[in-house]
Design a protein around this ligand. Sequence first.
Ligand SMILES: [Zn+2]
Length: 102
Amino acid sequence: MSEVSTSPVAAVHLEKTAFHEERKAGSFMIGDVDSDGETSFWYCCPCPCGRIGLLNVGKNFKPADGPSWEWNGSLDAPTLMPSVHHVGHWHGWLQDGVWKSC
Ligand SMILES: [Zn+2]
C-alpha cells in the first residue's frame, strides 16, 4: 500500500441537488444533451478534495471543439475517453463506472 490512495473509486450518478450537497468523491451529473449530442459532464474529483470539474462531452463521439471527451452515454457504467486530468492532484481514467488513477 502506498501513502497516496490509488484505489479505484466508483462513479455514482447523482441528480443535481444531491450532487452539489453531497460532494461525494467520484460522483457525477449530466447536463441536458443538445440536439448535436453534446452535453456537460460534471464530476466531483475522485480524490477526497471535493472539487468539481466540468468536461464538454459528446454522447458516443468526441466533439470537434476541444478540449472535449467522448462519453459512452451510460449513467450506470460511464466511460470517458481520453483520460481526465484534474490539474494538480488527480489524473486517471473513467472506465465502466470506475475512476482509476494513473
Ligand atoms: Zn481532487
